[in-house]
Design a protein around this ligand. Structure first.
Ligand code: SF4
Length: 499
């Protein structure tokens, strides 16, 4: 085969001792927290599909495996790739173009770029002679496999969603197909070093999974597996760039089969569903999942945690989630100000978010709240309101495992939020430089210190009442380990914001 060897490569990148949050991260920053190593699910699926289709595959995630440049060079030299696949994001785009040019010169490999930023800007990406193909959307595992099959003459036409150069201009292969998620092979966990990944708040061994692709939004129970009312939050780069503002789930049976492998073969204690809002938006799917897990005698054998929208957390659904074995729910609060929630098109007001979170907490779920600061239309009182409401929610029926994350809002180029910010004159001069979308630079205009508010949010974890309630509800031996890694991670995050 002319293109028989494919490397999926995250080059080693370090800035002042901090690692970039790239693969499987929607919001980019460099972090001092050593505990965050999120498993890049679609690249891992790409590696799996390529291997299954007969390609020799190297999965080289130098960032999360903490590999040095020398170690990577050694592995690439030994492997001699014909194709190199790189996921990139706006802040690393320039650096990755340079690295791609070096790799191309050295190995003569075809270079494929994928990820959110290049899905928005494929033509711009192809201005770099080093890049041969840009594969758009989040279905790049299916598309790249089809592309390699096409390049090797196994199929007669290039799959849709690919941008390339032709006769001195940019061309593309047309619309992407409606891929059947159940047709994807289960991720080859050994090939992709699953055991090296995890986060501070997950029981170990932990594994990541996708129940589907895209945020189902406020949907309740559609007749099929496709959301009728998908999420559309203006800042949510993956929902727009990767999923085309749509959402669909794998069948519950297919999902349960992969869970069974993780639990029985890999002895996984906790599984995190890192789909945009998990499968929690679809009550019918959850009911089927319960039956599937029961049939396989898996209930009570593992914990499952998931992203979720607050409006999905009704009494009925919480009862169902509990029966299935859900433990932790990662829920977006974003802001406690309805004006902001409206502008970012969250499709929920604060009262609905508060209600869902409180219901989940009453049912005993650990809740990980995500918040953001730095909205250019907010004043300091608005930031304070979000802080106070987040604190109140953190102190409401606190039990061990509750936590929160805070970040600075970033209108990534291509998102509806970027367009809104541009239209309203909110962008600073930094906005035209992709490298500055790293949460350390002001991309939108603000009248107060965003980093200070962000740090203040993180510090809610140190509130005496929160710490006391967390400690007295510590129930399991493994919680002690979680408490230590959680504290280390928190210190890393505080350092990120100048502590
Ligand atoms: S609810 Fe969350 S996952 Fe869904 S579109 Fe909004 S930010 Fe994205």
């Amino acid at each position: 085969m002319k293109y028989g060897k494919a490397a999926i490569y995250y080059p080693p990148t370090l800035k002042n001792g901090q690692f970039p949050l790239l693969g499987q991260n929607r919001q980019f920053k460099f972090t001092s927290s050593k505990e965050i190593r999120i498993f890049p699910l679609i690249p891992a699926s790409t590696a799996t599909m390529l291997k299954q289709n007969g390609y020799e595959t190297l999965f080289l995630d130098a960032i999360n495996l903490r590999l040095s440049a020398e170690e990577c060079t050694g592995k690439l030299d030994a492997f001699k790739p014909d194709v190199i696949i790189m996921e990139t994001k706006a802040p690393l785009f320039g650096l990755h173009l340079k690295i791609a040019a070096e790799l191309k010169a050295k190995y003569g490999a075809k270079i494929i770029f994928c990820g959110d930023h290049v899905s928005f800007f494929p033509e711009e990406t192809l201005k770099s002679a080093a890049i041969d193909y840009v594969v758009t959307t989040g279905y790049y595992d299916f598309i790249i496999t089809g592309l390699l099959d096409f390049l090797n003459g196994k199929i007669s036409s290039m799959p849709g969603g690919v941008y390339f150069r032709e006769n001195g201009t940019t061309a593309n292969s047309g619309a992407i197909k409606d891929y059947d998620l159940d047709s994807a092979p289960f991720i080859d966990r050994d090939l992709t070093h699953w055991e090296k990944y995890g986060e501070a708040y997950l029981y170990k061994p932990a594994a990541y999974i996708l129940s589907g692709r895209g945020c189902g939004g406020a949907s309740a129970n559609p007749s099929g597996l496709v959301s009728e009312k998908p999420g559309k939050c203006a800042f949510c780069i993956w929902q727009h760039a990767l999923w085309g503002r749509a959402a669909k789930l794998r069948s519950a049976a297919n999902f349960a089969e992969e869970v069974e492998i993780l639990v029985k073969k890999y002895r996984v204690k906790e599984i995190f569903d890192d789909n945009e809002s998990g499968g929690t938006w679809h009550e019918g799917w959850l009911k089927e999942l319960y039956e599937e897990l029961k049939k396989r005698k898996l209930l009570g054998k593992f914990y499952i945690s998931s992203n979720a929208r607050a409006d999905a957390l009704t009494e009925e659904r919480c009862a169902l989630l509990k029966k299935i074995g859900y433990r932790l729910l990662k829920v977006g609060l974003e802001s406690a100000n309805d004006k902001t929630l409206k502008i970012i098109q969250k499709d929920e007001d604060f009262a609905a978010i508060e209600k869902g979170i409180k219901t989940a907490k009453r049912y005993g779920f650990a809740v990980l709240l995500t918040t953001m600061v730095g909205y250019p239309w907010e004043n300091e009182q608005d930031a304070e309101n979000t802080y106070l409401k987040a604190k109140e929610l953190m102190l409401y029926k606190t039990h061990f495992g509750d936590s929160m994350q805070s970040s600075i809002i970033l209108p990534y180029p291509g998102t509806p939020l970027f367009i809104y910010a541009e239209k309203n004159g909110y962008l600073t001069g930094n906005a035209s430089d992709y490298t500055l979308y790293d949460m350390e630079h002001d991309i939108v205009k603000g009248t107060f210190d965003n980093a200070a508010w962000c740090k203040k949010m993180w510090k809610i974890h140190l509130h005496p009442l929160f710490m006391f309630k967390s400690l007295i509800t510590l129930r399991r031996l493994q919680d002690i380990k979680l408490a230590v890694t959680g504290m280390l991670s928190l210190l890393g995050h505080l350092k990120d914001y100048g502590e």
